[in-house]
Ligand binder design. Structure first.
Ligand SMILES: NC(=O)c1ccc[n+]([C@@H]2O[C@H](COP(=O)([O-])OP(=O)(O)OC[C@H]3O[C@@H](n4cnc5c(N)ncnc54)[C@H](O)[C@@H]3O)[C@@H](O)[C@H]2O)c1
Length: 251
């Protein structure tokens, strides 16, 4: 893919699942990766995998829901690599998977904090560097839960709808200033987040198996889309949330 060699990429939540796979794939394209995660050990494992294959990466501990932590993460990346070209807002959590009246306020605040405020904070503090260069890419990992209601619960559905809106606003505010913003809406992908769902009898099993692809997604499916959207080849793509779901939400 064009335009990725040497680029500095921050990926949040890259200590596991989709973030880790995206970090590995972007490193293969020659990008330099800041692997950020609230779980430092997970981030370090990702870095070890990348560097063992000859790539360039370093690990940072960061909680995307906390302003001070995000500002420290951005400062750490600028200190280490001197710039930021691409931000992948991937860190995410799910809530209680209960109907609205049974969901605690704590769960609501926790999920909004990570899944939505985290995207806002990381974008807010990465954008000044991109504005100064007149170039940048922001990729937000939303979900098909950014399009519809499902068994993922109200905290997650509301937060991911928020991420699709945030992505449009980022595109609207900064597209003309050289910063391209775009989101991805994965269906059910096999990662640690969904390990209890991706089995027969799981909440999305029928929907997934009856969909055109007839299988759960793999982290690599999403990671290759991240690579494409981060590259210059996606230059005409702004503001949308691109579904990657095996066709599960076409009806
Ligand atoms: N797996 C799926 O089926 C699926 C589907 C749609 C969307 N998504 C989204 O993809 C993203 C990645 O999910 P995944 O499946 O790889 O999950 P995962 O649980 O495997 O990885 C998520 C990572 O985010 C990190 N994280 C959690 N809270 C954080 C915080 N406050 N600050 C920094 N890092 C934090 C975790 O430590 C973990 O390493 C999430 O935003 C999720 O909502 C996943």
């Amino acid at each position: 893919m064009q335009g990725l060699a040497g680029k500095v990429v921050i990926i949040t939540g890259a200590g596991s699942g989709l973030g880790r796979e995206s970090a590995i794939e972007l490193a293969k394209e020659g990008s330099r990766i800041a692997v950020a995660d609230v779980n430092l050990a997970g981030a370090q494992e990702t870095v070890a995998t990348i560097t063992a294959a000859g790539g360039d990466a370093f690990a940072l501990e960061a909680d995307v829901s906390k302003s001070a932590s995000v500002q420290k993460m951005i400062a750490g990346v600028l200190d280490h690599y001197g710039t930021i070209d691409i931000l992948v807002n991937n860190a995410g959590v799910v809530g209680q998977l209960l109907p609205v009246h049974e969901v605690s306020e704590e769960s609501w605040d926790f999920v909004q904090g990570v899944d939505m405020k985290g995207v806002f904070l990381c974008s807010k503090y990465a954008i000044p560097t991109m504005l100064a260069k007149g170039k940048g890419v922001i990729i937000n990992i939303a979900s098909v839960s950014g399009f519809l209601a499902s068994a993922t619960g109200v905290e997650y559905t509301a937060a991911k709808h928020g991420v699709t809106g945030l992505t449009k606003q980022l595109a609207y505010d900064y597209g003309h200033k050289g910063i391209r913003s775009i989101a991805i809406g994965p269906g059910v992908i096999e990662t640690p987040l969904t390990s209890e769902w991706t089995c027969e009898g799981g909440p999305f099993h029928e929907l997934t198996m009856e969909a055109p692809a007839g299988r759960y997604g793999r982290a690599i499916d999403v990671a290759r889309l991240v690579v494409f959207l981060a590259s210059d080849e996606a230059d005409f793509m702004h503001g949308h949330t691109i579904p990657i779901d095996g066709g599960s939400i076409i009806r």
